[in-house]
Write a protein that binds this ligand. Structure first.
Ligand SMILES: N[C@@H](CCC(=O)N[C@@H](CS)C(=O)NCC(=O)O)C(=O)O
Length: 212
């Protein structure tokens, strides 16, 4: 398998965790977002969406991190990242989508670039936008965990799932942007539990070959 990835991309980080946790080896193909490599013709001929991650498996290309993780879980061996029961699977998908749909698109590189240019925001203005959506989204995560009462050591009981693959990269981003994470004790406790596992540690940005 070959993973098109950028060390600081949280969507790529989700897939790196899943690959590591399932014990799947892959070749690293770095795509630099600051250099705009994701928008160049060479990469667009791989992934026409111009986004990372993308995963090549057996000559087929897969895109969109949650779809990639579910595919890996369905066709490859290793510990399961989605629970067996439909209601539990829906719970894990819902938590994952709080991050992938309610937070990440609002804080993505192209969104930040667009608001900076269109509304003439300086760096502090863009960071305030970023922190606003982190606070809203982390509030949703914390409330969801409290309401569902299905969490344990990890988001779903004591089983590592796709939800944890999403939670940890989003916490890394929140810390990078100096967001206040104190109001989210359950999220942070799960983050700390995950970061005791080799699969998460090896997937973090600073351990990637393309880390600056
Ligand atoms: N929903 C997509 C998001 C992919 C995505 O937006 N990746 C970011 C990096 S984390 C990216 O390529 N951004 C490029 C840009 O915004 O121009 C997924 O889950 O894979």
């Amino acid at each position: 398998m070959r993973l098109y990835t950028f060390f600081r991309s949280s969507a790529s980080f989700r897939v790196r965790i899943a690959l590591n946790y399932k014990g799947l080896r892959y070749e690293h193909a770095g795509v630099s977002l600051p250099k705009g490599e994701h928008l160049e013709a060479g990469y667009k001929s791989v992934n026409a969406q111009g986004l990372v991650p993308a995963l090549e498996d057996g000559g087929r290309l897969l895109t969109q991190s949650l779809a990639i993780i579910e595919y890996l879980d369905e066709v490859h061996p290793g510990p399961k990242l989605l629970p067996a029961a439909p209601l539990d699977r829906a719970y894990v998908r819902a938590f994952s989508q709080i991050i992938a749909c309610e937070i990440h698109p609002l804080n993505n590189l192209r969104t930040r670039k667009y608001i900076a240019k269109t509304y003439k925001l300086d760096e502090e203005g863009v960071n305030a936008w970023y922190r606003h959506w982190i606070a809203e989204g982390f509030g949703m995560m914390e409330a969801f965990l409290a309401q569902e009462r299905k969490h344990g050591k990890y988001c779903f009981r004591d089983q590592v799932t796709m939800a944890d693959c999403c939670l940890v990269p989003q916490v890394f981003n929140a810390i990078l942007y100096k967001c206040d994470v104190k109001p989210y004790p359950t999220v942070m406790r799960i983050h700390e539990a995950c970061m005791k596992l080799d699969a998460f540690v090896a997937a973090q940005p600073s351990k990637q070959p393309d880390a600056a």
